[in-house]
Design a protein around this ligand. Structure first.
Ligand SMILES: *Cc1c(COP(=O)(O)O)cnc(C)c1O
Length: 371
């Protein structure tokens, strides 16, 4: 689905030097590379504070801890996302309240949010799925009205711009109270292992987030609150500092690939190509197609037999995952999510796709679909 090796070879010299510098300095934990990357990312995102951490899941967990959410508090998110979003809610003994998504953008359904709010609701977690922002302006209005926190799960949309009604643009992950992102290797800004970051414009929250990722420690060996150990290591930060410079170029390459796919499948009634949400740019973490009247498994098997990877993100809605089955929900409760889980598939999407590969992929898809 991604070609990390070819991408690395394009910037090998820079990456190798950056890694070697960390090894030479032996500043493996909280070395200057981490601070340098943090500052670069703050500048790139246009956000006051970035708190690096160990991965995107931790970012979400630490965000919920910093907001002081208590067991039993309700947190609203969608049933169509990667498990991490709901996992940390459950882990902290908060109550995940799931809602359906918009069938075109795959992001949280605004009408469903209002209906799910109760006196126990404390936070909303919109997920910017597949690289496109959720309707943040409306979400912030709902949050303000009901006095709720907003945590953006920005693990898939780093670099995307949200466009407000007045034309102002802000980066995904900088609009809610807290934004969370992941640097897992296959994410749009991926490191060479695990990594993550939390962003906020709120000084007090930033302070609290920093204390929590560092064992709840302000003065060394004095622990004021219960925290966790969640660090971005220096080697990963050094890799990320190099790759951040290329993030916009990478997004442009993904968009070019997406446009190739769009054109190839345009007007094919069996393949619904990804809709563009007018209030967000799209950074195409995934290129996800909704199939209609196709044997999806047959199509994926056909592609795989031609050495083309194809994946289903995501095959099972959260409310139907074994660990998350809950008397509050039953199959049929989130018809859009369930229909998507049964019909979507994603094609290879990365920065190194060339015309020849794209041609091969699209003609192989059409060969199966049109036969
Ligand atoms: C990848 C991802 C995460 C978790 O990130 P990790 O770094 O793998 O922990 C959380 N939410 C979404 C939507 C993701 O895609």
């Amino acid at each position: 689905m991604v070609d990390l090796r070819s991408q690395y070879l394009q910037i090998k010299q820079e990456i190798d030097t950056a890694i070697q510098d960390v090894v030479d300095s032996c500043g493996f934990i909280n070395g200057p590379a981490v601070k340098n990357f943090q500052e670069d990312l703050e500048k790139y995102l246009g956000v006051r504070y970035v708190i690096p951490c160990a991965n995107g899941t931790d970012a979400l967990q630490v965000a919920m801890m910093a907001l002081g959410l208590q067991p039993g508090d309700e947190v609203i998110t969608t049933s169509f996302t990667f498990i991490a979003t709901a996992e940390v809610i459950a882990l902290l003994q908060l109550t995940p309240v799931l809602v359906d998504v918009d069938p075109r953008t795959f992001n949280i359904d605004l009408n469903a949010i209002e209906k799910a709010i109760t006196p126990k609701t404390k936070a909303l977690v919109p997920v910017h799925l597949f690289g496109q922002c959720s309707p943040m302006e409306e979400i912030m209005t709902i949050a303000k009205k009901h006095n709720l926190f907003v945590i953006e799960d920005n693990c898939q949309a780093i670099g995307a711009d949200y466009i407000f009604a007045d034309g102002v643009r802000k980066k995904a992950g900088t609009i809610g109270h807290i934004g969370c992102t992941s640097f897992f290797p296959s994410k749009n800004l991926g490191c060479y292992g695990d990594g993550g970051a939390i962003s906020t414009n709120d000084e007090a929250l930033a302070k609290q987030l920093r204390v929590i990722v560092n064992h709840g420690m302000v003065v060394r060996y004095y622990h004021d609150i219960v925290g966790v150990n969640s660090r971005l290591d220096s080697i990963q930060a050094a890799v990320l500092k190099v790759k951040l410079k290329y993030l916009d170029q990478y997004a442009a390459k993904r968009r070019t690939a997406a446009e190739f796919y769009d054109k190839a499948f345009a007007n094919n009634p069996k393949l619904i190509t990804p809709a563009r949400y007018t209030k967000s740019t799209h950074v195409f973490h995934q290129y996800t197609i909704v199939t209609r009247d196709i044997d999806r498994k047959g199509l994926i098997d056909h592609l795989n037999s031609k050495e083309i990877p194809a994946m289903i993100y995501y095959p099972v809605p959260l409310h139907m995952q074994k660990a998350y089955i809950d008397a509050r929900y039953k199959p049929g409760d989130f018809p859009v999510t369930e229909a998507l889980c049964n019909s979507v598939f994603s094609l290879p999407m990365h920065t190194e796709l060339d015309e020849e590969q794209l041609q091969y992929i699209t003609s192989s898809v059409l060969e199966y679909v049109n036969r």
